[in-house]
Ligand binder design. Structure first.
Ligand SMILES: Nc1ncnc2c1ncn2[C@@H]1O[C@H](COP(=O)(O)OP(=O)(O)O)[C@@H](O)[C@H]1O
Ligand SMILES: [Mg+2]
Length: 353
């Protein structure tokens, strides 16, 4: 007896229900990640809807789906379209209906590469197809416009600022409110109200991820800022030295205090890659942040080498993931962006224990 079309569709669906999402620990059919399944002349066709375009296991899931579909007798081809629908975080602001996740990037001290990490995560996520916004909230050293190659000021329409756009990322900086020649002597309440304005009085539109470059440190200002934005989670950047690591502990404690989920730690400037001979020298030591993450039982998101291209690209306004996509640091940043996207999806879909 020949299998009918609907038998084949049911058989393929059943085969696909053996493929599990490794994070969500459920099968793809139950998770509604398989859509528009048809079988015509031995060809199975369907859409695999991931929870992020920057999914670290995109390829594996696609391969497993293909193998599952082809395991069904009578199916000889599998035509898979991979897309992503980023789930909405559990802590999103009512005032920002189009924004799915707001993610803070902090560091215990300045100069560890917090802004560099933020712009590269943003550009990597945008490259992977996500809608991304970038909010430069570092009042002490707003450097995001330079790193993104933006020197214009935003327009205001209907009392709302229109974000500037570069490399497919929407951007607003608290620096726009500052006079570059004046020292920053803002008082806490002023800063908080300026930050709230940057969140609510900006036409952000639809965003999968809004990344916030927070000011370095763990003082009152930082604490209040971290508290005044509905963060889905936070990323802490550190260099491997012990001093920087003591600051990491303080950063983690700060996010904990304001009940912000820590997505994990990034180790920046882990090792120097000599551009002439390729020799790798761990100038600041290596593995410190990873050990620390392990000890504190928080996720380690990845390590970024110290490479001249990272700094040059930052100064030039085109982050290294775009200007030198094949470099070691670009690969590291892509991996970190995937881990951040994964953590956001997990936080949205897996209830906290
Ligand atoms: N991995 C890296 N390799 C080379 N230079 C880096 C790296 N990370 C950051 N830098 C450079 O170090 C300086 C400080 O980085 P920045 O992102 O501005 O730090 P922060 O925001 O923490 O103050 C910048 O000049 C930046 O280009
Ligand atoms: Mg900075």
């Amino acid at each position: 007896m020949r299998a009918t079309m609907s038998d084949l569709v049911a058989a393929v669906r059943s085969a696909l229900s053996t493929v599990q999402d490794p994070d969500l620990k459920k099968d793809l059919v139950t998770l509604n990640m398989i859509r528009d399944l048809t079988v015509t002349d031995g060809g199975a066709k369907f859409t695999l809807v991931l929870t992020t375009g920057a999914c670290p296991v995109k390829k594996e899931l696609e391969d497993q789906c293909r193998a599952a579909a082809l395991s069904v007798a009578g199916v000889t081809r599998a035509d898979i379209t991979v897309t992503a629908e980023v789930p909405k975080g559990q802590n999103v602001a009512d005032s920002l209906p189009g924004v799915r996740h707001i993610i803070g990037v902090g560091s215990g001290k300045g100069g560890v590469g917090k802004s560099t990490v933020t712009v590269n995560i943003a550009c990597a996520l945008a490259k992977a197809g996500a809608k991304v916004g970038l909010l430069d909230a570092d009042i002490y050293g707003p450097s995001i416009p330079t790193m993104m190659g933006i020197s214009r000021q935003p327009y205001v329409i209907n009392k709302k600022m229109i974000p500037l756009e570069a490399h497919g990322v929407k951007m607003i900086s608290m620096g726009f409110l500052l006079d570059e020649r004046q020292p920053v002597i803002w008082r806490g309440p002023m800063i908080v109200s300026a930050l709230r304005q940057m969140i609510t009085d900006v036409t952000w539109g639809d965003l999968d991820y809004l990344l916030v470059d927070l000011p370095p440190g763990t003082g009152d200002i930082q604490l209040t800022l971290a508290q005044s934005v509905p963060l889905a989670g936070a990323v802490v950047v550190s260099t491997p030295q012990a001093v920087a690591l003591a600051d990491v502990r303080r950063s983690i404690a700060m996010f904990d205090k304001v009940n912000v989920k820590l997505f994990g730690i990034v180790e920046n400037m882990s090792e120097f890659v000599c551009p002439r001979c390729g020799h790798i020298e761990p100038i600041f030591g290596t593995g410190g942040a990873e050990r620390e993450a392990h000890e504190l039982q928080v996720a380690f998101l990845g390590r970024v080498p110290l490479e001249p291209a990272v700094r040059i690209s930052g100064d030039d306004g085109t982050p290294v993931v775009l200007s030198h996509p094949t470099s070691r640091s670009a690969a590291a940043f892509r991996g970190i962006a995937e881990q951040v996207a994964r953590a956001a999806s997990m936080a949205a879909l897996v209830p906290a224990k």
